[in-house]
Write a protein that binds this ligand. Structure first.
Ligand code: ZN
Length: 187
């Protein structure tokens, strides 16, 4: 089932998400729905707050990029209760343009560390603890930020933020177009 994407202004996007346990109701179905929603909206990552749930759950699909980045062929994973434990301070930082399904029409350069230490559980609640780099590290940082109530626009310069103020206001008012279903906060 395709779920509507909650857009900028929805309070759930600013909440601290909670850990879940294996008895979370209909978890497999929820994950399947998140993959379907992600594919439908041409995204590469989706965090549960973006579909209105304040839980620590993220799906990432990098297979769609595998023509350019063959190392991510068939990379489709769900991350349960993920946390970034540390950033490799010795790794260089990289600036790349990011977008977000909850911020349709906004694309801005974001500087992030290129290597991170993460822990999470997979769909079967097996624990993982690993260092991640490259494009995946970037996507994980973007998605895991959502679980702490953060969005990429919090990480751009005050000047850029000022320049997109009008676009953000239009998002709040529902004045935007995009190809997927959204849920705008009704004022
Ligand atoms: Zn996002």
């Amino acid at each position: 089932m395709i779920l509507p994407i909650y857009t900028y202004g929805q309070p759930v996007l600013r909440k601290e998400a909670k850990d879940i346990t294996p008895d979370y109701p209909e978890l497999k179905t929820l994950i399947a729905n998140m993959y379907e929603t992600l594919t439908e909206s041409d995204g590469i990552g989706l965090a549960a707050p973006q579909i209105g749930l304040d839980i620590r759950l993220v799906v990432i699909d990098l297979d769609v990029l595998s023509e350019d980045l063959p190392e991510y062929k068939d990379f489709r994973h769900a991350f349960i209760n993920p946390y970034i434990l540390e950033y490799d301070e010795d790794s260089k930082k990289e600036t790349m343009e990011e977008g977000c399904l909850s911020l349709p029409g906004i694309h801005e350069s974001v500087t992030r560390p290129t290597r991170i230490h993460v822990k999470y559980m997979d769909e079967d609640f097996n624990e993982h603890d690993e260092w991640v780099d490259g494009y995946l590290a970037r996507v994980m940082q973007h998605e895991f930020d959502h679980l702490g109530g953060k969005m990429f626009i919090d990480r751009i310069s005050p000047m850029r933020r000022q320049l997109i103020r009008g676009k953000l206001k239009n998002l709040l008012l529902g004045r935007f177009r995009c190809s997927y279903r959204t849920k705008v906060l009704k004022k």
